[in-house]
Design a protein around this ligand. Structure first.
Ligand code: C5P
Length: 225
């Protein structure tokens, strides 16, 4: 039987990856499949939470009934959607891979070789750090959880990166995973460590993204006394 230990908890999860267009047919994006974020949304809903999934460029056909889905494309759209949803949330989980930069200009028409010659330069500007903003704005008792996808294979260095990242972002927990070239993104399994604000490891898990999702919820949200 399902444990409804998150009954009524209002949870917002972002999943997928933002895309930044630079003309009507092209964008800069990333390899996030959205699987880990979707698994967290599904696991939280199965445990009784009231879940909103902010879905950045991912198919949502497999999202269980009862989860409110808000599709977004760009980082600025995700920022607006998650900031609005966060006002009514107990927990915000930023699993989406958010583009750090967006093109400074979006061309109205398709960029063509006849006009650019043999080289194209696109200038980017930095996007807002949504996780840092949400962390700075969080209410008393509201929990903000961030993710870090790193391509570092040395465990000690990975941990150091995680510790400096949680300090920089100011969130309550950081889920660190190693994405490399062959695992993490798009895979069905994941390998994570969860850090608290002091940089201590509070949980380590590997397995299917759904089992890892439950472990992340256990480590961060468990209300069991
Ligand atoms: O700095 P980095 O991109 O590694 O941080 C990853 C975490 O920060 C993720 O939780 C991601 O959703 C969030 N993020 C964000 N806004 C950005 C970049 C990342 O909220 N502009």
């Amino acid at each position: 039987a399902a444990r409804l230990d998150l009954d009524g908890l209002r949870v917002v999860v972002t999943a997928g990856g933002t895309r930044e267009p630079f003309d009507p047919v092209r964008f800069m994006g990333n390899r996030s499949s959205g699987k880990q974020g979707m698994a967290i949304a599904a696991a939280a809903a199965a445990r009784g939470a009231n879940v909103t999934l902010i879905a950045a460029n991912i198919g949502t056909e497999a999202v269980p009934d009862g989860i409110a889905v808000e599709p977004v494309g760009t980082t600025l759209e995700l920022e607006k959607a998650v900031t609005d949803a966060a006002r009514e949330a107990d927990v915000v989980i930023m699993a989406a891979a958010v583009a750090d930069y967006r093109p400074a200009q979006v061309q109205q028409g398709k960029i063509k070789k006849e006009h650019t010659g043999d080289r194209l330069t696109v200038e980017f500007v930095v996007n807002p750090d949504i996780l840092a903003e949400l962390s700075a704005a969080r209410r008393e008792g509201q929990l903000v959880i961030g993710f870090a996808a790193e391509t570092e294979s040395d465990p000690a260095t990975l941990l150091e990166l995680g510790r400096s990242k949680i300090a920089r972002k100011g969130c309550d927990f950081l889920v660190v995973n190693n994405v490399g070239w062959n695992h993490g993104f798009a895979a069905d399994d994941n390998d994570v460590i969860v850090l608290n604000t002091s940089g201590d490891i509070v949980m380590e898990a590997s397995g299917t993204k759904l089992s890892v999702a439950d472990r992340i919820l256990d480590a961060t949200l468990s209300r069991v006394p």
